[in-house]
Design a protein. Structure first.
Length: 83
């Protein structure tokens, strides 16, 4: 097995672990994203609320895509920070 094949196997193995973690703990991850976004919003005095909310939404979308299922595990309702 060549170097590239070993690298691909390692990436796939880790992706499977991350996918399983997202599936198993999506609600906790979503809560964590909300807490981080709220903290950042408070620390910036609300000056960057729109950008913070956008970043949190993009993180949710990325994790939702990573889990391979379109089941909205990461917050089926709109849980934007600061709202």
């Amino acid at each position: 097995m060549g170097f590239l094949n070993k690298a691909k196997d390692a990436i796939n193995s880790n992706k499977n672990k991350v996918t399983a973690a997202v599936n198993d703990h999506g609600d906790k991850i979503n809560d964590g994203l909300d807490k981080v976004a709220n903290f950042a919003d408070e620390k910036t005095g609300g000056k960057y609320s729109e950008q913070i909310n956008s970043g949190a939404d993009k993180a949710r979308d990325g994790l939702e895509n990573l889990d391979g299922q379109q089941d909205n595990d990461l917050g089926g309702q709109d849980n934007n920070a600061g709202k």
